[in-house]
Write a protein that binds this ligand. Structure first.
Ligand code: XMP
Length: 305
C-alpha cells in the first residue's frame, strides 16, 4: 500500500520537474488508470496538459457523457468524436490481435492529430505495474502500452503510476477527490466492447453488447465484482413469439480478482441470472440466448479476445 498524500506530492513535483514549461498530452479513457494519471498531471501542469478523450464508439452506455461531466473542470479537455472512423477501421476484421492492432492504429492517428495541434513534447500515460508485466510476457498486445511513444515523436514519456497495482491506483484516485464513480469503476479494456464481440465488430453487435453490459452492471452491482459484463458470441436458434429466430448468444461474465492477473468466476444466484436473461432477451429482439460463463482465469482470460 502506498501513502497516497506523499505519493501525490512526490509525483506532482516529479511531473513539473520533468515537463518544465513544455506542453503534454494524455489519452484519457475514463478508466481509473488514465483518469488518475490525468488528474495527477493536471494538478502538476494545469492547461499545459491536454487530456484527450477519443470517443471510439466502443465505449459503454453513457460513458462519454460521464467523462465530459467529470472532467469538465479541465479547460483543456478535448473530446474527439471518432466513432465512424473506428467502425471503418474494424470492417471485415475478425482476428483478435488484428482487431486490437486496428484499434491501436486508429487511436494513434486520432491522438497524433491532437498532439501535433497542441505541440506537445511530453506524453503522460496511465500505465500500471500489471500492464508492464503482461506486455513483457506478450500475453496480449495492450494498446495502451507501447504504440504511442513509438509512433509520435515525444521528447519524454511520463508514467507516474508505473509501479502501482490497481487497488493502489484506486486509493490515489480517491485521495485526488476523483468522483467515486471513477475511483470504483470496473476496469474496462482499452479496445472497449470490441474485445467482447467475437468476430467482426458491427454497429448491431455493439448495440447488443452495450445494452446487455448495462443490464449486467446494474444487476450484479451487489456482488461487487472486479468486472461484470456481457459479450456477444455468435448466433443460435431461438423462438420469439411464433417465430424461430437466429439471434445472438450473449455471455454474461462476472469475476472477482485483485489485479486482473488471475480471476475467479463469481457464483451468482439463479434468480438474478434469470432476471438478467429476461431483461437482455426482452430488450433485444435479436438475442436468442443468454449463457453464464463459469470459467476462472486461468484457463480463460477475463475478456473474450
Ligand atoms: P484479460 O482479458 O487479459 O484481462 O484477462 C485482464 C485485465 O486487463 C483488461 N484488459 C485490457 N486493458 N487494454 C487495456 O487497457 C487492453 O487491451 C486490455 N485487454 C484486457 C481486462 O479488462 C482485465 O481487467
Amino acid at each position: 500500500m502506498v501513502n497516497t498524500d506523499e505519493f501525490i506530492d512526490e509525483k506532482v513535483a516529479e511531473i513539473r520537474n520533468d515537463v518544465g514549461d513544455a506542453n503534454a498530452v494524455i489519452a484519457l479513457s475514463g478508466g481509473v488508470d488514465s483518469s488518475t494519471a490525468a488528474a495527477l498531471a493536471y494538478e502538476a501542469l494545469g492547461d499545459q496538459l491536454t487530456p484527450v478523450y477519443v470517443d471510439t464508439g466502443l465505449m459503454r452506455k453513457g460513458e462519454t457523457d460521464e467523462i465530459r461531466e467529470t472532467f469538465d473542470y479541465m479547460d483543456s479537455l478535448r473530446i474527439v468524436d471518432a466513432k465512424d472512423r473506428f467502425l471503418d477501421a474494424l470492417a471485415d476484421v475478425t482476428d483478435p490481435e488484428e482487431k486490437r492492432h486496428a484499434i491501436g492504429e486508429q487511436f494513434i492517428r486520432e491522438f497524433e492529430t491532437v498532439a501535433e495541434e497542441t505541440q506537445a513534447d511530453y506524453l503522460v500515460q496511465g500505465t500500471i505495474y500489471p500492464d508492464r508485466i503482461e506486455s513483457e510476457g506478450t500475453i496480449k498486445s495492450h494498446h495502451n502500452v507501447g504504440g504511442l511513444p513509438d509512433v509520435v515523436d515525444f521528447e519524454g514519456i511520463v508514467e507516474p503510476m508505473r509501479d502501482l497495482y490497481k487497488d493502489e491506483v484506486r486509493e490515489v484516485a480517491r485521495a485526488l477527490d476523483l468522483e467515486e464513480i471513477i475511483a470504483e469503476r470496473m476496469p474496462f479494456p482499452g479496445p472497449g466492447l470490441a474485445v467482447r464481440i467475437l468476430g467482426e465488430v458491427t454497429e448491431e453487435k455493439l448495440e447488443v453488447a452495450r445494452e446487455a453490459t448495462h443490464v449486467v452492471e446494474e444487476e450484479l452491482d451487489e456482488y461487487d465484482p472486479w468486472q461484470a459484463f456481457a459479450a456477444v458470441l455468435g448466433k443460435a436458434t431461438g423462438v420469439k413469439g411464433d417465430n424461430r429466430v437466429h439471434g445472438y448468444v450473449v455471455a454474461v461474465r462476472s469475476v472477482e480478482s485483485r489485479d486482473g492477473m488471475t480471476a475467479r468466476a463469481q457464483e451468482i444466484d439463479w434468480e438474478t441470472l434469470q432476471r438478467i436473461q429476461s431483461r437482455i432477451t426482452g430488450q433485444n429482439d435479436n438475442v436468442s440466448r443468454v449463457v453464464y460463463d463459469v470459467t476462472h482465469k486461468p484457463p480463460a482470460t477475463i475478456e473474450y479476445e
